[in-house]
Design a protein around this ligand. Structure first.
Ligand code: F6P
Length: 374
């Protein structure tokens, strides 16, 4: 046995102590590891649990066709003989246990209705770890094995966090009028919103033409110009301003002046809500009012009417396909994915890609808009 001498080298006792510490640390790490494995195992077990009951919620901004998606999920559950539970008020209802078992007959006469019969809400509580833990407890208590969420970016971000923390199987269905979700060519509600916008712009065109006016029409799309670009082309707008393509104020002024010189007596400018040229559509109009007295200008903000109304046939079919695909994905033990339609085929995209990546604006459409507005 070595005894550590004062100021001398470390002896056996010291190395024994050191080794003991290492041993304790190793035992501790081993224990941590087994606790971690246990947690992981529980999570995997949860994925492997037989699917008996699926919960379904709609969250974020509503969109026409969400009801058709609800109907499709409920009926697919009935078809595959599993139970379906509707969760009211999105993630807030998930936390509060605002659940209701749903059967195929309960979703009769729903396919043609706008909005969402399950209601929607933006839950600040679900953004917290505690909120998500409460939601998990409620789901377990209700004997639910998997969750289908219908919504956009924010909805999927919440679902992904929830899965990461609790290993609970989640599948997303893209429902937003903005069409800004990666992994699908179309989101539920987009087509209906386009038709609503085109119908509104057609009406504005009548009065713009009667009064020889320049109209700035704001359409929705917080960060994306899909609604503006497509409705603008469809309604024959003279100019379309979108966040993805900021060509600047100068170009807009030049272009409107050229149109005037070319004999246009009225003009429609479709401005996406997220456009970066001015602070907003009113500021843009004010700039023209101050600098170009010969323009008689009006502003029209279409607002939330774009989110309502009976869904188009396209949206009803899309929602029905995606609702069935979501249930089938869950039965197939898939989790953390979003179902979408690409080139008319059902595709699955990881929720993280759906959140992180962006749908590109089709450059050909920009050219078409430019050519057809001369
Ligand atoms: O659903 C998406 C969206 O329509 C955006 O285009 C718009 O900015 C936003 O919702 C408006 O949300 P809220 O209903 O909360 O005002």
């Amino acid at each position: 046995m070595f005894i550590r001498k004062k100021g001398g080298r470390k002896g056996f006792l010291f190395s024994y102590k050191k080794n003991e510490n290492v041993l304790v640390l190793l035992l501790y790490l081993n224990r941590l590891n087994s606790i971690y494995s246990l947690i992981l195992e529980c999570k995997i077990n949860q994925m492997n649990e037989p699917i008996k009951t699926i919960a379904l919620l709609t969250s974020g901004g509503d969109s026409p066709g969400m009801n058709a998606a609800i109907r499709a999920v409920v009926r697919a559950c009935s078809y595959y003989r599993i139970d379906c539970v509707g969760v009211y008020r999105g993630y807030q209802g998930l936390i509060e246990g605002d659940y209701e078992p749903m059967n195929a007959r309960q979703v009769s006469n729903l396919i043609n209705k706008g909005g969402t019969s399950l209601k929607s809400a933006r839950s600040t509580e679900f953004r917290t770890v505690e909120g998500r833990a409460k939601a998990y407890e409620q789901l377990k208590k209700a004997g639910i094995n998997a969750l289908v969420v219908v919504g956009g970016d924010g909805t999927f971000t919440g679902a992904l966090k929830f899965n990461e923390e609790h290993g609970f199987p989640v599948v997303g269905i893209p429902g937003t009028i903005d069409n800004d979700i990666f992994g699908t060519d179309f989101t539920i509600g987009y087509d209906t919103a386009l038709n609503t916008v085109v119908e509104a712009i057609d009406k504005i065109r009548d009065t713009a033409s009667s009064h020889n006016r320049l109209f700035f029409i704001e359409v929705m799309g917080r960060d994306a110009g899909f609604i503006a670009l497509n409705s603008g082309i469809g309604a024959g707008a003279g100019e379309i301003l979108i966040p993805e393509e900021n060509l600047g104020l100068e170009r807009l002024v030049d272009s409107l002046n050229t149109s005037k010189e070319n004999g246009k007596t009225s003009s429609l400018v479709v401005v996406s809500e997220g456009d970066k040229i001015g602070k907003n559509v009113f500021e843009l109009a004010a700039h023209f009012e101050e600098n170009f007295e010969d323009y008689d200008i009006r502003v029209s903000v279409l607002g939330h009417m774009q989110r309502g109304g009976s869904p188009s046939c396209f949206d009803r079919v899309l929602a029905s396909r995606l609702g069935v695909a979501a249930v089938e994905a869950i039965l197939d033990k898939k989790s953390n994915i979003m179902v979408g339609v690409i080139n008319n085929k059902i595709m699955q995209t990881s929720l993280s890609d759906a959140i992180k990546m962006n749908n590109e604006i089709n450059k050909e459409l920009l050219k078409v808009a430019e050519i057809t507005s001369v």
